[in-house]
Design a protein around this ligand. Structure first.
Ligand SMILES: [Fe+2]
Length: 373
């Protein structure tokens, strides 16, 4: 089957009954859907024009599809429909890599049995990992608090059993990555692809150990990291809070400024995180901060925004020579493309703040400047 034909079928599976005319009203620009398809219903559209597939702008040097927070309720072995829909759509976008910000299963509960956790990883494999593996798309990921929390109480790993099962799953299912250091895989590790160096740290808990930070520094200093055209870091918790209900200590990394300066020192371009379930393309200092939305259950509202919670998926297209990134983020239920200008220019909480990535500090209004000082 040709790729175009495959994409065409995938679109049919995933869009279901959503009319294309409806999509046009939900914010899709003509760059994303050819003009001639705006007036037709899905079925006619599918049979009439396979080039009418909902697509982001053309690929650049590297395309990454970023997903995060896929899980449903504790113990679930099913995923919400938009998760399956997204996985079915991903091959049509022809990414070089899928990156997942964690919370792939729904653990972090001590009453869950070993059998239940194992069944959740099997369900993850069936719904997410295997379909991507079968079409040869590598899967980079970071462990979330629900996959194998690194929380430590009185010197003991609280979820050691869950971490063991996460490790067992990932060490028996090849994610297709070109590993650098995988000594602590799947918790912290590095890999490279198409000129980009990826550093994955274990931010499944709000504290990152000094031992791990020493590894981060050593890894980012390495020739492989520094000679790459770009460096991207990924971890489950963000450096700063962006979502309502996640804006309390323990729900974002401690010492965000210190961690940011570590990443900046070694020229990391972007830190990708999950956990807050609210899409926010941010920036602070020299570091871009891609806060991913939840693909699975429990999307959240951004601080300083009235936009209702929504499930999202983000396509990152990268131009290596200019070291620039372009995001195309879809509301996964309506397939509308999210306009960055609809998002808050600035998110401030307590002493933390993050800028929307197209805003410069010097362009802030006087009152915005006062809010971050
Ligand atoms: Fe989480």
């Amino acid at each position: 089957m040709s790729l175009k034909r495959r994409k065409f079928l995938l679109f049919g599976i995933t869009l279901g009954g959503i009319g294309v005319a409806g999509l046009a009203h939900q914010g899709l620009s003509k760059n994303h859907l050819p003009q001639q398809s705006f007036k037709v219903e899905t079925s006619e559209f599918l049979s009439a024009n396979q080039e009418g597939i909902l697509e982001p702008l053309p690929k650049k040097d590297v395309r990454i599809v970023v997903i995060s927070d896929l899980n449903s309720q504790y113990g679930a072995t099913t995923y919400e429909p938009q998760v399956d829909k997204a996985i079915a759509m991903i091959p049509g976008w022809e990414p070089d890599l899928v990156l997942c910000g964690g919370d792939m299963i729904a653990g972090q509960k001590r009453s869950l049995s070993k059998g239940q956790i194992t069944a959740m990883w099997a369900a993850f494999d069936e719904h997410i990992s295997a379909p991507l593996r079968q079409v040869g798309i590598p899967f980079g990921f970071t462990i979330g608090n629900h996959d194998g929390s690194g929380a430590i109480v009185k010197g003991e790993q609280v979820f050691a059993g869950e971490r063991e099962l996460a490790s067992k799953y990932w060490n028996s299912h090849d994610p297709g990555l070109n590993f650098g250091d995988r000594g602590n895989f799947p918790f912290y590790y590095s890999f490279q692809q198409k000129g980009i160096f990826y550093l994955v740290w274990d931010a499944s808990n709000y504290l990152i150990s000094s031992q791990q930070l020493a590894w981060v520094e050593k890894t980012l200093q390495s020739k492989e990291a520094q000679q790459a055209k770009m460096r991207i870091a990924i971890g489950h918790m963000p450096l700063y809070p962006v979502a309502i209900g996640r804006n309390k200590v323990g729900e974002y990394l401690a010492d965000g400024d210190k961690l940011r300066s570590l990443l900046e020192r070694y020229n990391v371009h972007t830190y990708i995180s999950g956990h807050h379930h609210a899409y926010y393309p941010g920036k602070r200092g020299k570091l871009e901060l891609l806060h991913t939305g939840a693909l699975g259950s429990g999307p959240r509202q951004l601080i300083n925004s009235k936009i209702p919670p929504r499930n999202t998926i983000t396509i990152v297209d990268i131009d290596l020579d200019s070291a620039s990134t372009r995001y195309t983020t879809y509301d996964m239920k309506t397939l509308a493309v999210i306009n960055i200008h609809s998002l808050p220019r600035l998110i401030v909480w307590d002493k933390n703040w993050v800028l929307r990535r197209d805003i410069q500090v010097e362009n802030l209004t006087q009152s915005e400047k006062e809010s971050i000082n």
